[in-house]
Design a protein around this ligand. Structure first.
Ligand SMILES: Cc1cc2nc3c(=O)[nH]c(=O)nc-3n(C[C@H](O)[C@H](O)[C@H](O)COP(=O)(O)OP(=O)(O)OC[C@H]3O[C@@H](n4cnc5c(N)ncnc54)[C@H](O)[C@@H]3O)c2cc1C
Length: 332
C-alpha cells in the first residue's frame, strides 16, 4: 500500500534540496507532487439500484418533410422505451406549425403509450383562435399544454395581438377556462432577454404558476451554478412548483451559439474551447456533446435534481445515452 504522506514528505524534501534560492519564476511543480497534492474531483454520489431513476421528458419539433417525419418517428420509438413521463411537441413561431404540431400530438396519442404535451403560443392570433386550437388538442386526447408567449416570426420586438393573449400568464388563465389541462410554462435561469430585470422575470414566472401552471421547464443553460442559483431565488420568491432543467446536447456549436446570443443565454468560454476546431467533424462533436451533457446532468443529479427535460432535436442517440447514464433503463 502506498504511504501517501511519506511520499509527500519525500517530495517536499526533494523540493527543498533541489530548489536553490532564485529570483527566476518558480518552475512547474514536479509531476509526482502535483499528482499527490493536486485537487481531486469530488466524488459523485454512488447511486445504486435503491435510488429511483429520475423523471424524464423529451421535446420534439413537428417535421416538415417525409424524411424528417421518418427521423422523428424513429426517435420517438427509441425514446418511448425509457418511459418518459411526457413528450412535448413545439409550436412554430407565430403558429406556423399549427397543423403539423396537431398531427404529431394526435399520432402520439393514437399510436404510442406516451403522454403528449402540445406547445401553444399567443403570437399572431386572437384569443378565440388560440382557444380553438386548445379545444382541438383536447378533442384528440391531449391533456397537457406547454403555454408560451412565443416570439415574432423572423425576429423583432414583440407586440401583443390586439385581440390576443398578451403574455403566457394570460394564456395560462385562458387555457384554464377551456378545459382542465395540465399546464407547463417556460423559465429562464439566464433571465429572458426582454425582462425588465431578473426579479421582474421571476415575478412573471410566479404569475404564470399562480394563473394555473403546475411546472416550469427552463431554457437550456450551461453553467450549472446559474440554474442552481435560479432555484434558490425562485424558492426565496415563494415558488415551490418544480422547475425542470432543460438540457440541450450541443451537436452544432455554431448554431447553438447564435441561438444562445439571441436569447441571452451565456455560453461559457470552456464550452467554446471544447468545440474549437471541430467545425467540420460532426462525429467528434457528438462525442464531446455527450460528455458535456453527461457531466452537466450528473452534476445536477449530485445536487439533488431528479427531473430532466431534453431538447432532443428529433434525434434519440445522445438523449438515450445520457438518460442511461442517469440510471434510466428501458421498461418492458
Ligand atoms: C421550455 C420552452 C419551450 C418553448 N417552446 C416554444 C414553442 O413551442 N414555440 C415558440 O414559438 N417558442 C417557444 N419557446 C420560446 C418562447 O416562446 C420565448 O422564449 C418567448 O420569448 C417567451 O415566452 P414565455 O412563454 O416565456 O413568455 P412570457 O412568460 O409571457 O414572458 C415574456 C417576456 O415578457 C415579460 N413579461 C411577462 N408579462 C409581462 C407583463 N405583463 N408586462 C411586461 N412584461 C411582461 C417577461 O418577463 C419576459 O421577459 C419555448 C421556450 C422554452 C423555455
Amino acid at each position: 500500500m502506498v504511504d501517501r504522506d511519506a511520499s509527500r514528505r519525500d517530495v517536499s524534501r526533494m523540493d527543498q534540496t533541489s530548489s536553490p534560492v532564485s529570483h527566476k519564476p518558480a518552475p512547474a511543480r514536479p509531476t509526482l507532487e502535483r499528482w499527490l497534492t493536486g485537487p481531486r474531483f469530488p466524488g459523485l454520489p454512488n447511486r445504486g439500484p435503491e435510488h429511483a431513476a429520475p423523471l424524464l421528458s423529451f421535446e420534439f419539433f413537428p417535421p416538415r418533410t417525409e424524411a424528417l417525419e421518418a427521423q422523428l418517428w424513429a426517435c420517438i420509438r427509441r425514446l418511448e422505451t425509457v418511459a418518459p413521463r411526457f413528450v412535448s411537441v413545439t409550436y412554430g413561431a407565430g403558429g406556423s406549425t399549427q397543423a403539423r404540431t396537431h398531427a404529431t400530438v394526435a399520432r402520439i396519442v393514437r399510436e404510442t403509450r406516451l403522454t403528449p404535451a402540445a406547445h401553444l403560443t399567443c403570437v399572431g392570433a386572437t384569443r378565440d383562435e388560440v382557444d380553438e386550437v386548445a379545444r382541438t388538442y383536447w378533442q384528440v386526447g391531449v391533456r397537457h399544454v406547454v403555454a408560451l408567449r412565443g416570439d415574432v416570426p423572423g425576429g423583432g420586438g414583440y407586440v401583443p395581438h390586439p385581440g390576443g393573449y398578451a403574455y403566457a400568464s394570460d394564456l395560462v388563465a385562458g387555457l384554464r377556462r377551456v378545459a382542465d389541462f395540465e399546464i407547463t410554462v417556460a423559465a429562464y435561469p439566464d433571465v429572458h432577454p426582454a425582462a425588465a430585470s431578473a426579479p421582474a422575470d421571476l415575478d412573471n414566472l410566479k404569475r404564470k404558476l399562480d394563473a394555473g401552471a403546475t411546472r416550469a421547464i427552463t431554457n437550456f443553460f450551461f453553467d450549472t451554478s446559474t440554474y442552481l442559483r435560479f432555484l434558490d431565488r425562485a424558492l426565496a420568491a415563494g415558488i415551490t412548483a418544480s422547475i425542470v432543467p432543460g438540457i440541450m446536447p450541443v451537436t452544432n456549436f455554431v448554431q447553438m451559439r447564435k441561438f444562445a446570443a439571441a436569447n441571452g443565454i451565456e455560453v461559457p468560454d470552456w464550452l467554446g474551447h471544447l468545440f474549437d476546431g471541430l467545425e467540420e467533424d460532426a462525429e467528434t462533436r457528438k462525442l464531446v456533446a455527450a460528455v458535456v451533457a453527461a457531466e452537466q446532468v450528473r452534476l445536477l443529479q449530485a445536487n439533488g435534481v431528479d427531473e430532466f427535460h431534453f431538447y432532443t432535436l428529433n434525434r434519440a442517440d445522445l438523449t438515450y445515452a445520457i438518460a442511461h447514464i442517469l440510471g434510466v433503463r428501458p421498461v418492458a
